[in-house]
Design a protein around this ligand. Sequence first.
Ligand SMILES: C[S@@+](CC[C@H](N)C(=O)[O-])C[C@H]1O[C@@H](n2cnc3c(N)ncnc32)[C@H](O)[C@@H]1O
Length: 411
Amino acid sequence: MPGSVENLLKVTMGLDSASVGPTVVRQAVRERMTACRIAEPEAYWEILNGSPQELQELINAVVVPETWFFRDREAFAALSRYARVHKRANQPIKILSLPCSTGEEPYSVAMAMFDAGFGPQEFKIDAVDISTRNLAIAEREVYGRNSFRGSSLEFKDRYFEAVEGGLQPNTAVLKQVRFRAGNLFDFQASSFGPGGYDVLLCRNLLIYFDRELQDRALVCLKGLLTSDGLLLVGPAESALPRLHGFASAEWPMAFAFLKSNRVQTGTRAIPLSSPTRTPSAPKPKTKVVPPVGREEQLQTTAQLLDQITESLKTIERIANAGRVKEAQEVAREHLKQFGPSAELFYLLGLAQDAEGAAPEAVQNYRKALYLAPSHQEALTHLALLLRKQGDLNGAEALTGRLGRIRKGSGT
Ligand SMILES: C[S@@+](CC[C@H](N)C(=O)[O-])C[C@H]1O[C@@H](n2cnc3c(N)ncnc32)[C@H](O)[C@@H]1O
């Protein structure tokens, strides 16, 4: 039976069970059979096929809800910048967070828009997720420490109030977002109404689909956007939009793409960032001279660090634009020129991951972790890839390590 369940989940919600590992689906089925007090797999299969409610419960049990406030922070800067450029009189900017999981993403959008100077009438946020369990958590509006990760958490003081059980976004933020259950593949049936969205965040969902469903998903996403709308995806998903005619917004680490290719010529479509130079292989800006005294030595080291940082940014920028092959070439050049670093191996792994070169990506994530054992992004992406490859023990070990690191750092 589990084979049939896996297929049903794929057809219904796009889930490629290999991406979460077969035990996740099996465990979810066991959990639901216990809840329904059913011992026979065949009997459960029958119920599952005859009851949309039970199918929903199974979906709730199988989804990965992982999210936090301002995840990939640059995406929110890109979003508010795009919104400023596309601001219209008498018509709010329409934003969709799909999937929104437990609400951290759409609320982060509201905070970013307020920070960018928008008033409450000037933008609207719709938030959709297939999991009614996640939506119930979102509607509780109370968030614990796991939702606040990283070190830039100043927004907590400005937008949250302490309540029993955690922190609650203030009324102004809460008012900007409306939630609804919906399926990316069946969005018309569950949507908020006609009219395209100016901005669509579809982050960290496509990684759970196989290639064919990723393509179908991209077609759905395109249909939901206005003619020059902005699409934001997750870091390991950045190769996909270009395959469907989107143009990179060239905004480092935002994973942002424009539906129209008219970025340079259109009337409304204006590049998000000031024109950037075409990224090329990193070249040292200044010649590194042999050190003479202590001061010169320090200066030389600082110059070298600047060059390394600039070169890594270039690799990020190219990968972010979806040019994943080129990003790998530039990363290899960087390795020759500057030697190994955790960040370089992480970026190389990410570009290979986005291209579907899983074994190479695993190797490079591992190298990053060898040099920086607490590299959280490398840990997260490696765990996901190992799970996809069926190495569940390996994935679990990394997830445990990640949990311990987050606890230790108070994030
Ligand atoms: C890992 S979370 C990503 C949340 C958020 N976008 C982020 O990046 O932090 C994935 C979410 O996708 C939802 N999901 C899975 N399949 C879906 C589908 N077909 N349509 C809508 N939501 C889906 C899950 O319920 C889960 O909440």
